[in-house]
Design a protein around this ligand. Sequence first.
Ligand code: HEM
Length: 360
Amino acid sequence: MEQQITKFNTHSDLFVEKLKELFKDGKPHSIHKLLGIYAIQSVVDSVVSLPNCSSDADADQFADNFKIYTEITSHRLLNPWLILGFIWRFHRLSPELNGAVQGMNNFAKVIIQKHMDQIKKMDHLKEDEAVEENTCLITQMLKVNASFEEIQTEVTTMLFAHESNTLSLLYFLLMLALHPEHQEKCRAEADELFNETHAHDDAGSFDFNSVSRLKHLERCFLETLRILPPVFMYGRKLESPLRLENNVLLPPGMNVYVCPLVMHKDEIHFPNPDSFKPDRFLPEECKKRHPYAFLPFSAGPRICLGMKSATFSIKILVTKILHNFEIVTEDKFENLKFRFSLTMGPEKEPAFIFIPRNKQ
Ligand code: HEM
């Protein structure tokens, strides 16, 4: 994790520079593209240990292919006859989907190949010693003799998860823009961290312990995930019968769906559920709730594998943004509309203005 955190720091500093450039004109802009690149590079950092493994252009291309993939797949799910292979093959969108899938697979292949070449190059160490030193996903899979195809499947799954990361970041920044009083509290924590780490150059390098101390910022992040969980629904197939509280018995083999978007609005666990109240996540408040009332990352054996790294990468980036900018939006929460695809994205991109703090 420490290795990853170092890379998150570097990417966050670059991100802050990109924001400075984009908002030089003082006008509102969408930042979805920039966030997508950051999220993809953060995921790449958690599967390979090489520095600068994916350029901005490659990450951007992956994000474009992913967008095509999710749009066409959602279209097929809403028109189930298109799931049938012999019909789909002749559909006008079929070649576009194949192209997008191939593009994403190639991205994963290139990363894995670069990683393997690097390990081979480390001839000053024996190959297995190089593997021993290195704890990233690909190395760990190589250690248990996974095939190239198996590694590629895992890496692609992880890369798909960048979208949840992108949307979490987007919604977090939006909530901070919409709730300036909480933005100020989070900024106070961010500034304190900068002062303590003597990071007077606006960059700063945060470690595991310092990031763990951002308590109000963490509560704001969790409250964002409560109101706007990017993975709004996920399914499970029952392996054994399940009896519900109302005595209805669900048979094995049945598909059941968990919908955090609905669960997180339950008045019993979250009174006044539409209001943004980060203090719901104070430790004493969490203790009062059912442990499964809040499930943005799922739970149990299939819990999100990127939960920790996503949380760290998001906290580091937002801390650096808050230290450098005031975040403003003219959008209203009540006007936001969502498109329900594999994740819950905005129908129209919110626009932000990032005002450099030293110019106020
Ligand atoms: C804040 C951002 C994220 C959220 C809200 C999120 C949420 C989730 C949820 C709800 C699931 C369960 C989905 C299901 O069971 O169908 C899941 C699974 C998963 N997530 Fe995430 N995720 C995030 C970021 C990430 C990142 C950055 C990675 C990779 C580095 C990642 C890797 C995975 C993987 C591999 C699974 C599948 C686990 C399994 O089925 O065993 N996630 N995520």
